[in-house]
Design a binder for this molecule. Structure first.
Ligand SMILES: [Zn+2]
Length: 97
């Protein structure tokens, strides 16, 4: 059954939305996870809109990351925080695949 769309047009710019598979980076505590989800993507400004179910799923994953309940997650790499005195970058976070 086709889900009812939460938006017909982009709420930011009023542009046309197209359903796409996108990668979303989620953070919880010191951990990050990548998830592939369906999103409505604005063809004009690139704004991504997620369904309520997807947002709930994000929250669940973030919660699991915070409490390190990650047994069902596949480890694909490590996340690093690089902090150094540098005129270009004060602090940058790298999600390494
Ligand atoms: Zn837009």
């Amino acid at each position: 059954m086709k889900q009812k769309k939460p938006f017909d047009k982009c709420p930011v710019c009023g542009g046309e939305l197209q359903e796409k598979d996108v990668e979303k980076l989620l953070k919880g505590g010191d951990n990050t996870a990548m998830i592939n989800v369906r999103a409505e993507v604005c063809l004009h400004c690139g704004e991504r809109l997620y369904s309520q179910e997807t947002v709930k799923c994000f929250e669940e994953i973030r919660r699991k990351l915070e409490i390190k309940d990650v047994v069902n997650f596949q480890l694909i790499g490590q996340s690093y925080r690089v902090t150094h005195e540098c005129e270009l970058a004060h602090e940058c976070e790298l999600a390494h695949e």
